[in-house]
Ligand binder design. Structure first.
Ligand code: PLP
Length: 211
């Protein structure tokens, strides 16, 4: 299926009860239990999951050719959840031109919890020299904000694979229309959907999509 078709149709379906062709916004915070107490709709409380977020996650996962997506209230929240998922003491290799909000999270919130280096990830020798036994993630951002540096995703992935390190790619600037990092071997794609996915500077969002 063409990516334009996925963008339009993958997250949307005709609403079963009203036959609306665009999915209605579901305002309910809570959902009805079945007689036996189960939630067969898959929804119990909208913070945990709700039909609109599921649709968004479905279309974003398919656009990136991923398996699962998790939507967040901002790109910073999406990045934060990756950092929080790591064992204390894990070392992250980050690009020297990492988006400043994510870099500041590491430098201000994760000092003493995670280890991190900000380096030229495009220089294979420099990258390899910074790998340590506790390196768990190589973070790349391509094109980067603000310097629009380009990273060779395949090259970084091939180095990471040899050391059992996960590669997370901030794909905010390229979007899957221009670059599919999972297909190039990355393990997780991250977006600030506030930017090009949103498109009109009128919403905030973040997403993680896993391979
Ligand atoms: C490349 C990149 N990553 C992450 C972020 C953070 O996203 P948000 O502003 O949605 O928290 C931004 C925001 O400008 C960005 O440009």
């Amino acid at each position: 299926m063409k990516i334009e078709t996925i963008a339009i149709h993958a997250g949307n379906h005709t609403d079963a009860s009203s036959k609306a062709v665009i999915q209605p916004i579901v305002m309910s915070t809570t959902f009805q239990r079945d007689e036996d107490g189960e939630f067969s709709s898959g929804y119990s409380y909208s913070r945990a999951a709700n039909p609109n977020r599921t649709s968004l996650e479905n279309v974003l996962a398919q656009l990136e050719n991923g398996v699962e997506a998790a939507a967040f209230s901002s790109g910073n929240a999406a990045g934060m959840s990756v950092f929080q998922s790591l064992e204390p003491g894990t070392h992250i290799i980050c690009p020297d031109d990492m988006y400043h909000g994510l870099r500041n999270q590491l430098k201000m919130l994760f000092v003493g919890i995670l280890e991190f280096d900000f380096i030229d990830v495009n220089d294979s020798d420099v990258l390899t020299a910074h790998i340590k036994p506790n390196t768990g993630v190589i973070w790349i951002e391509t094109p980067s904000n603000p310097l629009l540096k380009i990273t060779d995703i395949k090259k970084v992935v091939s180095i990471a694979r040899g050391h059992n390190i996960k590669v997370v790619c901030d794909n905010t600037f390229a979007t899957p229309l221009c670059q599919q990092a999972l297909a190039l071997g990355a393990d997780i794609v991250m977006h600030s959907s506030t930017k090009y996915f949103g498109g009109h500077s009128d919403l905030m969002g973040g997403v993680l999509i896993t391979a």
